[in-house]
Design a protein around this ligand. Structure first.
Ligand code: PMP
Length: 352
């Protein structure tokens, strides 16, 4: 080994879901939205003045921050935007989780959390969810250097009621608590209202799921002005121009179209509820998801076997070979037509 190789930072990277391309693929593996962004976004894209690409974008992404501040009835200094919520969350790990004490998160959760902890040298400890994948707020009443969990949780889709989120925040006012609301728009109740009471609470959102813009990479955080200023200081110490001009303009446009947003989210919720019944009829069970995906396990056939059979049919779902969830599949809610194709195949495969 050459000497310099000893000095290379060694990390265990996050493994993103596959991004297969092709005409006949049914892609239900990375929780994207099956519907396109709203017509206002398309219009703004067509009218975009590309001459501005010569210039650096606004480092404060004011246009987008303003739109989000209006949408959430918050002052602008309580909003931080970033390149997808992964960027916002990574920045938040770096900014807030630098104690000697361990950061806590559920043992079954978004697999990027331990990766950021590893990358930034942050101590962490996982807190077990119960056999129904439920988070128990009382388990978070112990010394810690910060807390983070998604609500609804991923990959289970389980929603933690607001009173229980508040219980966790109330008992942990000496450290920063982050609620990752990537999937909140699909039926859960947001913790946004709690940030008026708790200065140590950061609520993180994304445009990748409910707003159909995973490809634009837009995420944001809401919290007290003290938390937002701290995030901004770290961002400006790393890369000031994180968000590109199109993301700022098109993101702001997306926030304006509430009617389209409600329509597409409503369709996904309807499809999800019908899909729950179909899965049950086929012998699957799983937690009662309030996200845009279902987490299901079959009574007879193993998850990896079904995963492979689906892939052979060009139907992509997500499988995690992680102890505790290695007999489950995470299936993103697609259009009704996509789900129909999935169920028709599963019916034939499982009964044939
Ligand atoms: N949080 C959770 C719980 C997620 O599942 C995802 C999607 N991988 C993200 C955050 C990140 O999403 P994005 O970076 O696209 O905003």
């Amino acid at each position: 080994m050459r000497a310099w190789e000893n000095y290379i930072r060694k990390v265990v990277p996050y493994v993103p879901g596959e991004q297969p391309r092709g005409e006949h693929i049914i892609k239900l593996n990375t929780n994207e939205n099956p519907y396109p962004p709203g017509p206002g976004v398309l219009r703004a894209l067509r009218e975009m003045d590309t001459d501005v690409f010569r210039r650096y974008p606004d480092p404060s992404a004011k246009k987008l921050t303003e739109a989000l501040a209006r949408y959430h009835h918050l002052p602008q200094d309580q909003i931080f935007v970033g390149v997808g919520s992964d960027d916002v969350l990574g920045m938040a790990f770096l900014t807030f989780f630098n104690w000697e004490k361990p950061v806590l998160f559920p043992d079954i959760t978004y697999s990027f959390y331990p990766v950021w902890a590893g990358l930034f040298g942050i101590r962490c400890e996982t807190v077990r969810v119960n056999e129904k994948f439920e988070i128990n707020p009382e388990d978070y009443r112990r010394d810690n250097g910060g807390i983070i969990f998604p609500n609804p949780n991923a990959p289970t889709g389980m929603f933690l009621p607001l009173s229980q989120v508040e219980d966790i925040v109330r008992h942990n006012q000496d450290t920063v608590v982050i609620v990752d609301e990537a999937y909140i728009d699909f039926g859960g109740e947001s913790s946004r209202c709690l940030i008026d009471t708790y200065e140590n609470l950061l609520v993180v959102r994304t445009f990748s799921k409910s707003r159909s813009m995973a490809g634009m990479r837009i995420g944001y955080a809401m919290g007290s002005s003290v938390l937002i200023k701290a995030l901004q200081d770290v961002k400006y110490s790393y890369n000031s121009y994180t968000m590109d001009y199109p993301s700022i303009v098109l993101g702001a446009e997306a926030v304006k179209d509430e009617a389209y947003f409600k329509e597409t989210v409503g369709k996904i919720i309807g499809t999800r509820e019908r899909a729950k019944k179909r899965f049950e009829e086929l012998g699957f069970s799983g937690p009662d998801s309030l996200a845009n995906f279902l987490f299901v396990s079959h009574e007879r056939v193993s998850a990896p076997e079904i995963f492979r059979a689906l892939k052979d049919e060009q139907i992509y779902v997500r499988y995690f070979p992680t102890p505790g969830i290695d007999n489950y599949l995470r299936v993103t809610v697609g259009t009704d037509e996509e789900m129909e194709t999935l169920f028709r195949f599963l019916e034939a495969y499982l009964n044939g």
